[in-house]
Write a protein that binds this ligand. Structure first.
Ligand code: NDP
Ligand code: GDR
Length: 378
């Protein structure tokens, strides 16, 4: 039985990867941060009585900014594979917390590599770094592959650039099995609520159910290569199973604007919207409603109003420097790893919309039932 140590286990990818590795029979150790609120929602379902299932899943407190903690955890868990998924992963937030982002996202990987090296585990332990398509930043060429030059456009991307190169350097200097997965955007029903896809599917679900009037977004013209997180964690694992340690781009090869992602999400519930206006004045208005589709979903069509403005631009969400266009070329992963995504964008939108509609129905049910949340502060 192999042992894996996952940092960022409470995040989207950490949760899917933990589930994936447990199914493969791994013993999984995860690093979680201390928080004043419960932060294990995404992995709570993985707790099972090990006597009944034979599964091994253990959480440890830790932080990527604490090197002695990381050394101890690597020593105690003796992993065959480390997946470094922990990061302050929000690009816009990295402009507000640049130094912390550099520390966690950049130096964090150095601390892990050093822990493995100092403990004399370079022959035993393979290390995966969660690198990102944000490294490409300002468009140099498309589609972006392993050989496309980097031009990072945020403190997040600059920090990740350090982590990328320190991984390459430790591989070359110490013959470590250390690899970068350069993953393009990947989403899911458990995507963080402030990333654009999840923000959209949550809001569209609420609008359809009459729980919210409109959605405010930033740059609608940004183009992203969106895949499903379930497909992408499989690629992480494949990257660590090869004879030689190498870096791989993981992407679908299809790019879409934020605007079209909004359209597709509304279309899922039978609502057609049209965008008009430019830049900060742009807005999305309902122009058609498929009542049959709404009814089939159990939604009361009378909550939807023709001509209702459901999307507006709020410049607060603009970034000081933006990444305009990402489209990945995953030929190397397809050829060498045999990796191919199972989800296309439509299947991804369907998965996310179904999940968020389900979630928002709970809210609708409580609201209609007159349920009031207690106010603890009165
Ligand atoms: P999430 O933001 O969902 O999860 C990030 C995880 O890192 C959380 O578990 C978080 O803990 C943890 N974390 C944050 N800071 C620290 C720290 N200082 N020490 C320890 N743990 C920390 O990200 P994703 O799951 O979406 O992404 C996983 C990784 O892949 C990240 O490194 C991200 O930058 C990278 N990536 C993601 C892509 C994507 O499209 N999703 C694409 C390319 C790369 P907590 O729950 O307590 O906040
Ligand atoms: P990104 O993801 O920055 O690509 O980083 P995000 O979903 O935050 O933004 C994608 C694009 O949408 C535009 N946008 C908005 N973004 C957010 N969050 N909120 C809005 O209201 C909004 N309106 C428009 C953004 O400007 C951007 O162009 C994600 C993260 O998971 C990183 O950790 C990862 O490395 C990259 O994907 C690949």
């Amino acid at each position: 039985m192999k042992t894996a140590l996952i940092t960022g286990i409470t995040g989207q990818d950490g949760a899917y990867l933990a589930e994936f590795l447990l199914k493969k029979g791994y013993e999984v150790h995860g690093v979680k941060r201390r928080s004043s609120l419960f932060n294990t929602d995404r992995i709570d379902h993985l707790y099972h009585d090990p006597h009944e299932t034979g599964r091994k899943f253990t959480l440890h407190y830790g932080d990527l900014t604490d090197s002695t903690n990381l050394i101890r955890l690597v020593q105690e868990t003796q992993p065959d594979e480390i997946y470094n998924l922990a990061a302050q992963s929000h690009v816009k937030v990295s402009f507000d917390t640049p130094e912390y982002t550099a520390n966690a996202d950049g130096l964090g990987m150095l601390r892990i590599l050093e822990a493995v090296r100092l403990l004399g585990m370079t022959d035993k332990c393979r290390v995966y770094q969660a690198s990102t398509s944000e490294l490409y930043g300002l468009v140099q060429a498309v589609p972006q592959s392993e050989t496309t030059p980097f031009y990072p456009r945020s403190p997040y991307a600059v920090a990740k650039m350090y982590a990328y190169w320190i991984t390459v350097n430790y591989r070359e200097a110490y013959k470590m099995y250390a690899c970068n997965g350069i993953l393009f955007n990947h989403e899911s029903p458990i995507r963080g609520e402030t990333f654009v896809t999840r923000k959209i599917t949550r809001a569209v679900s609420k609008i359809a159910l009459g729980l919210q009037e409109r959605l405010f977004l930033g740059n609608l013209s940004a183009q992203r290569d969106w895949g499903h997180a379930k497909d992408y964690v499989e690629a992480m694992w494949l990257i660590l199973q090869q004879d030689q340690p190498e870096d791989y781009v993981i992407a679908t090869g299809v790019t879409t604007t934020v605007r079209d992602f909004v359209r597709m999400s509304f279309a899922h519930v039978g609502i057609e919207i049209e965008f008009s206006g430019k830049n900060e004045q742009e807005k999305g208005v309902i122009i058609d409603v498929d009542e049959e589709r709404l009814s089939a979903l159990g939604i009361d069509p009378s909550t939807i109003k023709f001509g209702q403005t459901v999307v507006k631009v709020d410049p607060t969400y603009f970034r000081p420097t933006e990444v305009d266009l990402l489209i990945g070329d995953a030929t190397k992963a397809q050829t060498k790893l045999g990796w191919k995504p199972k989800y296309d964008l439509k299947a991804l939108v369907t998965d996310m919309m179904d999940a968020d509609l389900h979630l928002m129905r709970k809210e609708e049910y409580l609201k209609k039932g007159g349920f009031q949340t207690l106010n603890y502060f009165e």
